[in-house]
Design a protein around this ligand. Sequence first.
Ligand code: FAD
Length: 336
Amino acid sequence: MRTFAYSRADSVEHAAHQTTPTAAFVAGGTTLLDLVKLDVMRPSELVDINTLPLKNVEWLDDGRLQIGALVTNTDLAHHPEVKQHYPVLSQALLAGASTQLRNMATTAGNVMQRTRCPYYRDPAAACNRREPGSGCDARHGLNRLNAVLGGSDACVAVHPSDMCVAMAAIGATLTLSGPQGEREVAFQDFHRLPGDTPHIEHDLADGELITAITLDPPLAPAGSYYLKLRDRASYEFALASTAAQLSLDGEMIGEARVALGGVGTKPWRCPEAEAALVGQPAEMATFERAADIALGGATPLEHNAFKIPLARQSIIRALREATRLARQGGKQEGLA
Ligand SMILES: Cc1cc2nc3c(=O)[nH]c(=O)nc-3n(C[C@H](O)[C@H](O)[C@H](O)COP(=O)(O)OP(=O)(O)OC[C@H]3O[C@@H](n4cnc5c(N)ncnc54)[C@H](O)[C@@H]3O)c2cc1C
């Protein structure tokens, strides 16, 4: 049995300053405690941050919505401002995990959740992400669930979050607080591609705490849609998912945002596909071309080639739904 110390942070400064490199913050605990029990994560200390005042959702003067790090996935999904102005985020949250998990899971914890690659979660397997230099059993193993975008020789693990796919499409900024003070990081720069260093998963320094995530102003008037395709209809991670948002100018697409889940090593924003949508007619041929562009760089492994047509279909369907909703003036409930 491994022992660890436990402490409760009574302020953000305390959390940021008193944390050693081998300590871990615990929020909802739904990722962390599993990984500790599996002996994948071995923190020397758990710093409980649940009493910190990071549970607000509020509009900033510049039209962005700021979400405290400890807002639960349930509270965020059902928040009236999120349902009205960012329904794609509400849908993505409700497509994830189960009610009980969402009641515990927090916004920052969701951003920081680890891959579900079975080789990462098995300390007997080779995994460069868990144990740098040990190899990657997934590359030539049972890799049906692994990534087709953003992988490297060292790692092909999928980023598992639904919420992060919606945030990637919306655009967001993370506020981090640490021993060196406060700084901001664009959401798309926060998660790292694995490259040769898959164990470095995020742009988060030792002792740094995520205090808030601020969403870019909502697109208006716009339609949006989150489509998640998976092996079973609930309580399952995505094989492929798409968060799509677009605004219409008559029959032409004004602005467009597309991000993918279940296929990439990080929440996968598709800027080239977005560029191929803007100024084009909102019709099937445009959506198909954008989907082909989004997946142009996809590289299948032995068992997951099916993910490429599946993701293509998810992009097309999500864009069609987003268009339909934009034509209705964006009127949509955030509930899945
Ligand atoms: C059975 C199961 C099914 C699931 N299905 C889905 C799914 O379909 N879709 C999906 O998206 N997710 C799914 N999840 C994942 C779930 O969403 C995450 O476990 C959850 O969001 C993590 O949040 P938490 O607050 O519990 O994090 P914790 O477990 O407390 O922490 C997770 C990590 O984040 C770090 N951390 C937490 N807060 C901060 C902070 N403020 N600053 C810096 N670091 C921090 C911790 O140190 C730890 O490393 C599933 C989980 C389980 C167990």
